[in-house]
Write a protein that binds this ligand. Sequence first.
Ligand code: GAP
Length: 448
Amino acid sequence: MSPISRTIKNTDLETIVSLAKRRGFVFQASEIYGGLGSTWDFGPLGVELKRNVKDMWWKSMIRDRGDIVGLDSAILQSPEVWMASGHVDNFSDPLVECGNCHRRFRADHVELKCPHCDAEKFSEPRQFNLLFKTFMGPVEDDAAVVYLRPETAQGIFINFDNVQTTTRKRIPFGIAQIGKSFRNEVTPGNFIFRTREFEQMEMEFFCKPGTDEEWHRYWIEFSNDWFKQFGLRGDKLKVRAHESDELPHYSKGSSDIEYEFPWGWGELETISNRTDYDLKAHMERSGRDLSFFDDAEKERFIPYVVEPAMGADRSALAFLSDAYDEEGEGKDKRTVLHFHPDIAPVAVAVLPLSRNEKLAPKAAEVYDMVRVHFNAQFDDTQSIGRRYRRQDEIGTPLCVTVDFQTIEEDNAVTIRDRDSMEQIRVPIEGLRQALDEKLNEIREACRG
Ligand code: GAP
């Protein structure tokens, strides 16, 4: 099967936002109260999409390899964690205020004019710390201040010794975590691209000092391949090494995997060489030994860390934008999402030809059979043509149709391919295998 091409090379963001709302991928959070800035709720299809992104990442990092284990650490940690990590002192963005409308922007996000009122007068930049603060317990004083984590990574560093001793992993090995992070971003925007509450998928790979550069190259390549494996087009991805003045405070070298979003290139993932910065910082502040003893070499050292850090919401947006296409003309025109089958919110839709009592029992039987193995949806409303279009628009790779021939003649169904729109007829007893084979073909064709 040849790779899936697109009629539309670059979609505009408005089209994606409108589809996302119309079909239940993403809703404005607190919508009935007028919304809350830059917060979003993932609807029934969006939650499946993001879950698939996270599941595929977890599978690639942990289930498919033997050298990485998982963790789910607390969002609220001792404030000491963020003092040691440098976030209390250094995790800030330069902020400027417009001299006319007094709105505030990230200095590196504005050029000459105020994006709101076009004035050309700005204050001098000052540093604005991005940590969200709250209070733990009933007294709201300085002693009760805790921070919502701005990255999942620190939960991993402070558990390095717990995980290493309980799993008996030898270096090199990694610890992966998926979870919510919070940043009081000065200028959030571009839908779910930059928000104040988001999910990260991070892995800290602990290695011997001196091997870190090689591992850094390895994880950059791995990450770039990962996005292509699950369908992002290779020509819309690039690797960009950070300039020295944009490196995070903990990093010796960082590279971003960038994707060409509807508004231009934007960061999907950063792969950083964090050296022994974090383990050392926590050793110094906590007084606990976080070094590693290599029995084979009889030497003790503080591991270096290479970190691929990816955003789940941003990746979901990239998969959604990349999958989008409009094909055909006139009455044959359709909107289609060419999702990779492992990313698609629904893998198989079961559609009786019409809502007819003779078809209903067989259609229900087929649906029950299919949904055990695949993320499936049943739909018997409106005409079959409209239902195909609806499934195309949410990116369902395969539709199974139960018709009168099924019940009267051959106990077979048709499988319709989302991308080619071709249909094949298969006996119900061989349906599962046929669906597996078709999904594999689509997986291959989706590879970017
Ligand atoms: N632990 C390293 C770290 O957090 P980062 O580059 O600041 O590195 C990693 O964040 C990834 O998290 C980013 O590449 C992006 O995908 C996602 N991310 C960061 N800030 C975000 C935000 N405000 N909204 C949505 N995603 C964000």
